[in-house]
Design a protein around this ligand. Sequence first.
Ligand code: AMP
Length: 125
Amino acid sequence: MEFKYDSNNIFAKILKKEIPNETVFETKHSLAFKDINPAAPIHILVIPKGPYINYDHFVSQATNEEIIDFNKTIIQVIKNEKLDPERNGNGYRLIANTGLNGVQEVPHLHFHILGGRNMGFMVSR
Ligand code: AMP
């Protein structure tokens, strides 16, 4: 499978520091920052620093170190925001919109962490 990464996408520009972002957490391989147009009181995006379009691209081509770092970053942000039910948080929604039907706007892998309110039905019907 060939994945064609657009190195001019908006998150690539954030990683190149060409445009600003509100970073909440950062590791060697991952960056977490506030969504510019929040859909919930807490709306954070977590991206790998490497050039991956989607989760398939990432899991098939990233190193194990990158994959572990990214997944642990997501959970660390959830814990930092006190959203995890195991520690009395009220829960959250984790979303990775992918491709056309997933309505992915930015072609760089990102997970949305949404919380701070009841997120309602999973998708519009
Ligand atoms: P998606 O439809 O999953 O690709 O969502 C892309 C998300 O990126 C949207 O929720 C946008 O509000 C968000 N977004 C776009 N540009 C920026 C930016 N410069 N900084 C932070 N979030 C952004």
